[in-house]
Design a protein around this ligand. Structure first.
Ligand code: 5GP
Ligand code: ZN
Length: 141
């Protein structure tokens, strides 16, 4: 637990939350400032700042909890779909430095955008540049 972390305080029961699902290692609760009714956050109970800092097994467990919740969230609020995403790091808009996945219910008429709308100025990359980037990523896996 990190002493000054809001989500750790929720896990510890020191701050209230509208819990919707809990496992030994994960917790899911309503977002306090929802982008849609039924906007849920899924967190590991252990404090880790970024997705890539999670131990591998815990990362799988967090995904499992997201998977378990997508259908209940959609049916509960009669959504047409969901955007499921992580803001990973402050450059990506992560404000609470405790890993959390968002499940945001989406409606045909909600005037929202796809995940492609998050980038400021998308680059126009040549096939060679794409190949170089793909190789560089592959070298690091
Ligand atoms: P981020 O921008 O870090 O990906 O998202 C953080 C989310 O946490 C925001 O959607 C925000 O509304 C939510 N949030 C911040 N503080 C609290 C809180 O104390 N309780 C709950 N339930 N959600 C919070
Ligand atoms: Zn924390």
């Amino acid at each position: 637990m990190s002493d000054d972390c809001i989500f750790c305080s929720i896990v510890a029961g020191e701050l209230p939350s509208h819990t919707v699902y809990e496992t030994e290692e994960t917790l899911a609760f309503l977002d306090a400032n929802p982008l849609a009714p039924g906007h849920v956050l899924v967190i590991p109970k252990a404090h880790h700042e970024r997705l890539d800092e999670l131990p591998e097994e815990l990362a799988s467990t967090v995904l499992e909890t997201l998977y378990q919740l997508v259908s209940p969230v959609e049916t509960a609020v009669e959504a047409d779909g969901t955007t499921v995403a992580f803001n990973n790091g402050s450059a990506a808009g992560q404000e609470v430095p405790h890993v959390h996945g968002h499940i945001i219910p989406r409606f045909e008429s909600d005037d929202g955008g796809p995940i492609h709308a998050v980038a400021g100025s998308p680059p126009n990359l040549s096939d060679d540049e794409l190949e170089t980037i793909a190789d560089t990523i592959a070298d690091r896996t």
